[in-house]
Design a protein around this ligand. Structure first.
Ligand code: BG6
Ligand code: MG
Length: 219
């Protein structure tokens, strides 16, 4: 039985989570709110619009639609100044070799990201061609924890949902995978990703054999 391997981008393939945090922190300051790393966990995997809505809610602030659009655009412009300085060195340890090994074994590979900047980032760090399909913030209308982005990816790979494995660093993303019966592999802290089927600190700790065994018991 084949397996579909679906990778989140930010925080799984590249260490952009810290850039999103810095850019949102600056946006939050504009409405007098100090964004902490702890609250930032709630923004991981969450779309741009939903993230800004959460920040405004935490700040107890209301802004006009025009101001909202301007804040979102400024945040993205800030974020892209970090992104455009990225190189292949910003690919997180172990993930590229893991994907190459899985590809060599014939497993189809998808990206499943909320980001609208996904193709730009993948091209920038030089691994765009590793993916058989890209499902991202441009392909969906419903944001994580809705599973739409992973379902779009699975359909494009032509693999049943229950035979898909999702690699995620965010609570919202793990929830999205669980919501559609995909095996969820968390990258990060066990204390944060409590809902994930398995959690690892990094791809250097994950073997393809382990994933194959776990995925077989999931179906
Ligand atoms: C997710 C990130 O991958 O993409 C979120 O974890 C981000 O922090 C979301 O808000 C949307 O990304 P972008 O690049 O379209 O603003
Ligand atoms: Mg992520």
């Amino acid at each position: 039985k084949t397996l579909g391997l679906i990778f989140d981008l930010d925080g799984v393939i590249v260490d952009t989570a810290k850039f999103h945090f810095l850019a949102w922190k600056k946006a939050a300051e504009e409405v007098g709110f100090e964004l902490t790393e702890e609250l930032n966990e709630k923004l991981k995997g969450v779309s741009r619009v939903d993230s800004l809505n959460k920040i405004l809610e935490w700040a107890g602030a209301t802004v006009s639609q025009e101001k909202f659009d301007e804040m979102a655009a400024n945040k993205n412009a800030d974020y892209l100044t970090y992104v455009d300085k990225m190189t292949a060195d910003d690919i997180l340890p172990g993930v590229e070799s893991f994907i190459r090994e899985a590809k060599a074994k014939g497993y189809p590979i998808a990206l499943g990201s909320a980001s609208k900047n996904a193709p730009r980032i993948l091209k920038h760090v030089g691994i765009f061609d590793l993916f058989d399909t890209i499902a991202d913030g441009n392909s969906v209308t419903k944001a994580k924890p809705d599973p739409e982005v992973f379902q779009v990816a699975a359909k494009a790979l032509n693999v049943p949902y229950a035979q898909c494995v999702v690699f995620e660093d965010s609570e919202a993303g793990v929830e999205a995978a669980n919501n559609t019966n995909m095996l969820s592999i968390g990258l990060g802290s066990k204390d944060v990703l409590i809902e994930a089927d398995h959690v690892f600190g990094s791809f250097t700790e994950i073997t393809l054999e382990f994933i194959e065994t776990q995925a077989t018991t999931n179906t």
